[in-house]
Design a protein around this ligand. Structure first.
Ligand SMILES: [Zn+2]
Length: 294
């Protein structure tokens, strides 16, 4: 149980996409790079690799608002409703904080869910890509079936705060996008000091920033924080998820060795540290890995 009773969010912030996105293996390298930099984990999660179709992102697909997420208990019991409410809490937080802290006008990202494959402004993607943000259509894409993968393949609990952290990380990429951080980064770079790693660690920090705030600062619309106080066990869930997708952990498991030159998301330790920097009161400037260094 994490959302406070009495929250005033409603169903429908998340749109379910279906009927499109026939993914074909192969496609343009540029688009693949675009995806990798915006994913939560820097790997193709099931090694299936049906990532892109190289462009036809206009195939017909239906978009239907998610329903049945009208109470805090819906959000606390159902993964899709948790995603829906988390995005709305992120909207409330960033609409207040972004302009105050950076001078940038806030715009909401789109938020979509899908099963199997989906057409996006960045090309077609499959659930195997894991959660991601597409800068071209400014939309977050999460197949909530991924949370099962988080438990089975990544050996983490995939608990509530871990799920929220992933949503908030992708939302962090949207914040990077509208503030110009994403646009000025060299997104084809890799390595421990690369812009790619800085982009990912900053998104982790921005995610922590929302989590810490949502549990302590009242939402003006309700007069109470959106989240109940975060327990040590919940925080550990989120940090375990962050560590599970560190480049070193993933490389060690896949290849038996670690090559810092191919890092794209940062080490397990770095991902935890940057989440905590935001969680423990860091603001946008403290989270800006391009100015503070990582
Ligand atoms: Zn990311």
């Amino acid at each position: 149980m994490t959302f406070q009773d009495g929250g005033n969010f409603e169903s429908g912030r998340i749109k379910r996409r279906s009927g499109g996105g026939k993914a074909v293996a192969g496609g343009g390298l540029g688009l693949i790079v675009l995806f990798l930099i915006s994913q939560w984990a820097g790997v193709d999660l099931t090694q299936l690799a049906p990532l892109l179709d190289g462009g036809s992102s206009t195939s017909t697909q239906e978009e239907v608002a998610v329903t049945g997420c009208d109470t805090a208990s819906d959000a606390n019991e159902n993964d899709l409703c948790r995603y829906d409410w988390t995005v709305q809490s992120l909207d409330a937080f960033w609409s207040q904080e972004l302009e105050r802290q950076t001078g940038t006008t806030f715009t909401e990202p789109g938020a979509a869910t899908f099963s199997g494959t989906v057409s996006t402004g960045c090309g077609s993607a499959s659930s195997a890509s894991g959660p991601f943000y597409c800068p071209a259509d400014q939309t977050i894409y999460i197949d909530t079936g991924f949370y099962k993968t988080l438990r089975t393949d990544f050996n983490t609990t995939g608990g509530p705060l871990a799920q929220m952290y992933i949503t908030a990380h992708e939302y962090g990429h949207h914040i990077e996008n509208i503030t110009g951080v994403l646009g000025s980064a060299n997104r084809r770079d890799s390595g421990a000091d690369s812009d790619s790693v800085k982009v990912e660690l900053m998104a982790d920090c921005l995610a922590g920033m929302w989590a810490g705030n949502a549990a302590t600062t009242p939402n003006p619309a309700t007069g109470q924080p959106d989240l109940k106080p975060i327990t040590k066990a919940q925080l550990k869930d989120a940090l375990d998820a962050a560590a599970a997708v560190g480049d070193d952990r993933i490389q060690e498991a896949a290849y038996g060795e670690v090559d810092e030159h191919s890092f794209t998301h940062g080490s397990s330790e770095q991902r935890q540290e940057w989440f905590l920097t935001g969680y423990n009161g860091g603001d946008f400037n403290a989270c800006n890995t391009f100015t503070t260094g990582n």
